[in-house]
Design a protein around this ligand. Sequence first.
Ligand code: 5GP
Length: 210
Amino acid sequence: MSEVEKYYISYNNVHKLCQKTAKEILARNERPDIIIGISGGGLIPARIIRSFLKVKGEKNIPIQAIGLSLYESMGSTGGGEEAIGKEVVRTQWLDFGALKEHFDSLIGKRVLIVDEVDDTRTTLHYAVTELEKEVQHQQKMLNRLDEPTIFSVFVIHNKDKPKKVDLPREMLESGRYLAAETVPDEWLVYPWDAEDIDEHTRLAKLQGHD
Ligand code: 5GP
């Protein structure tokens, strides 16, 4: 069996892919009101894309972070290898109290959820589903059902593979799922994981990911 190929991605490459996607968002007139970075991989792209979504005379878009981790889990049926799956564990979530005070909650807002890579889609599915649920709950409580919240997703890379779970069809069909690049199902090495950043960047340049 051949060794898994690694794709080295440089900081420059990440930067340029964020810039490209921000241009697309602005061209569609869909500048978000708030960015939610999924910790930790989504934090750096979230911060970079914010710079390119800046519009003269407008305030910087606030960035919030949520912490999600994927762990091996046993399915509820128990036993057997096929029952082992990946479970999302929520390690940090939004403080809706503080959000309400400063940004009038997420109701009626454009929300951009950011992660570095869409692999099996499990993490993004969880983030979108849970945030949608939370907002709907608040809308009901505050009787503000007529103010839709519009969620979009931005990832630097989407791996071209069958996904374990999906995102809302309406999001996919209306172009609110934005992957800067779709790549083969190989291991992506991001610059923030590099032990030797010069060697990492050299390899990324050789592979054309700079
Ligand atoms: P998911 O399977 O839920 O789409 O991806 C979960 C997480 O796995 C991603 O947010 C990312 O942190 C990690 N991951 C998946 N594939 C890769 C990869 O090729 N490279 C790196 N560095 N992380 C990955």
